[in-house]
Design a protein around this ligand. Structure first.
Ligand code: SAH
Ligand code: SF4
Ligand code: F3S
Length: 478
């Protein structure tokens, strides 16, 4: 018998209690009848959004492969299609609805196709209501808290031929021992914590991902050691704000302690994201500066360079405090590369406030900046603010901002010409297989002429020329 729908509730998702996070180690199970259900069948997963979603999709792949489904490159030929969605801005959501519309056609030609939609968008009530009302081609709707239930949800959908909707709006658990099928054999994502408690006033993530909850250090270290054993060359520790790692545990372990331990696991390159500028400690700076395996690169979201805007955003730091942190980081690590996120056109942002952001950019001179036009997210405090800034003004600001960002990135790239840098090889470039590409320790994309380079190796490359977003060079002896 089919269960009634379990629907999302953003108000419920906002509630936070203090207390221990349950760690679930045994909830995942594949019913006997499904263990070979995917034999001869294929799946296709499209992932939107951030690295948390990328890593979730690797779990979803692991689950589907544990049921004997195999991955396929073309969506048209798949027996199971899964969209792992992102709710961060309206244009991200529009893209997903466009794709959901397209898939209706595939469902008509292949009625046996199983179409599942999950991720952050389905944690929102209005999204689920819209899918239920207008998109009957979607068979299963799940959320971010129940990846482990995919086999049961698929079973219901296959047997009942009815739509299955299960989205929990809760603080969340930590699930260990879910299967994983990683996208790369050399670079791996490792979750160290889930959720977010910062509630920046514009942001939907704390509602879609639940409360901040850390994995136990031994579980993280075990995963990293296993990756080292398998030959992985790079791990990126993931969390919406990794600085908060451990605050919910009763173990007196903080992010700096964890980072220092991960750095010793035998993986040559360790990265982490994202760090909130607010609780970035000197202890973290010290660990970064003294552990050679921690890469000299930091993503440090600024959002705005104006104190009044930062305050309404709920970011809990001032522009000066941010600059002071950058200063401390660069004093200790002169070669540190920095990237950031900027939101333009926050409700009522004035010309002067926007120019404050440009001024900080001029001072910091980032290697890379991700710039966004503010997008109102339902149920967030900022969405209730009236906004007097016309869309064309926001777009003009974004354009000005992007010109500055590009100029700084080019300046940074040009400064690397003539240097020999280490590059982790991603493989031959898609456009020209005679050229290989990879990333420097400072996270810059390099296209180079290989001699001995193989995918997954760290090689030395002499940089010969630079464009804004790519470096060009040739491999030299290590
Ligand atoms: N946890 C990360 C951010 C995750 S979201 C952090 O705090 O750094 C990634 C970026 O999307 C944010 O840094 C912000 O710049 C942008 N963003 C989030 N909500 C947004 C919104 N409503 N409109 C526009 N950009 C937004
Ligand atoms: Fe969103 Fe702020 Fe949390 Fe980042 S720290 S995910 S911007 S609420
Ligand atoms: Fe998007 Fe969810 Fe990540 S809203 S940015 S996929 S946490």
């Amino acid at each position: 018998m089919i269960k009634p729908y379990v629907l999302p509730d953003l108000k419920q998702a906002q509630r936070r209690q203090k207390g221990e996070t349950p760690i679930e180690r045994t909830l995942f199970d594949i019913p006997e009848v499904l263990r070979t259900a995917g034999k001869g069948k294929t799946y296709f997963i499209r992932t939107y959004g951030c690295q948390a979603n990328e890593r979730d999709s690797e779990t979803l792949r692991g689950i589907l492969e544990a049921m004997a489904f195999t991955s396929i490159e073309s969506m048209e030929d798949a027996d199971v299609i899964l969209l792992n969605t992102c709710a961060i801005r309206e244009n991200a959501e529009n893209k997903v609805f466009g794709e959901i519309g397209q898939i209706k056609r595939l469902k008509q030609t292949n009625p046996d196709l199983l179409f599942m939609v999950g991720g952050c968008m389905t944690q929102e009530e209005h999204v689920v209501n819209r899918i239920l009302a207008k998109h009957p081609q979607v068979d299963v709707i799940f959320g971010t808290h129940n990846l482990h239930r995919i086999p049961q949800l698929m079973l219901q959908a296959y047997y009942s031929k009815e739509r299955v909707v299960e989205v929990f709006s809760k603080e969340g658990e930590v699930y260990e021992n879910l299967p994983v099928s990683r996208n790369s054999l050399s670079k791996a994502w490792v979750n160290i914590m889930y959720g977010c408690d910062k509630f920046c006033t514009y942001c939907i993530v704390p509602y879609t991902r639940g409360k901040e909850r850390s994995r136990l250090p031994e579980d993280i270290l075990c995963e990293v050691r296993e990756l080292a054993y398998q030959g992985y060359q790079e791990v990126t520790l993931l969390g919406q704000n990794v600085n908060a790692y451990g605050k919910d545990l009763d173990l007196k372990v903080d992010f700096a302690d964890l980072l220092a331990q991960v750095a010793q696991c035998g993986i040559p390159r360790v990265r982490f994201m994202t760090s909130h500028p607010w609780d970035f400690t000197d202890k973290m700076i010290e660990v970064m500066a003294t552990q050679p395996t921690i890469m000299p690169f930091l993503h440090l979201p600024l959002q705005s360079g104006n104190d009044a805007v930062l305050k309404i955003m709920g970011r809990r730091y001032t522009a000066d405090a941010y600059l002071d942190l950058v200063n401390r980081l660069r004093t200790r690590m002169p070669h540190l590369a920095l990237s950031t996120d900027i939101i333009v056109g926050f409700p009522n942002e004035t010309e002067e406030q926007f120019e404050d952001t440009l001024r900080i950019l001029e001072k910091v001179r980032y290697d890379n900046v991700y710039s966004f036009i503010y997008s109102a997210r339902e149920s967030t405090p900022a969405a209730k603010m009236e906004d007097n800034v016309p869309q064309d003004v926001k777009e003009a600001r974004l354009k000005r901002l992007n010109a500055v960002i590009g100029a700084h990135a080019l300046e940074k790239a040009k400064a690397m010409v003539g240097q020999t840098v280490s590059v982790l090889v991603d493989g031959p470039s898609k456009k020209n297989p005679a050229i290989y590409s990879g990333y420097t320790d400072t996270n810059k994309l390099v296209n180079f002429v290989p001699t001995t380079a193989q995918t997954g190796q760290i090689v030395h490359v002499l940089i010969e020329s630079a464009r804004t977003w790519t470096l060009q060079g040739k491999q030299v002896a290590n």
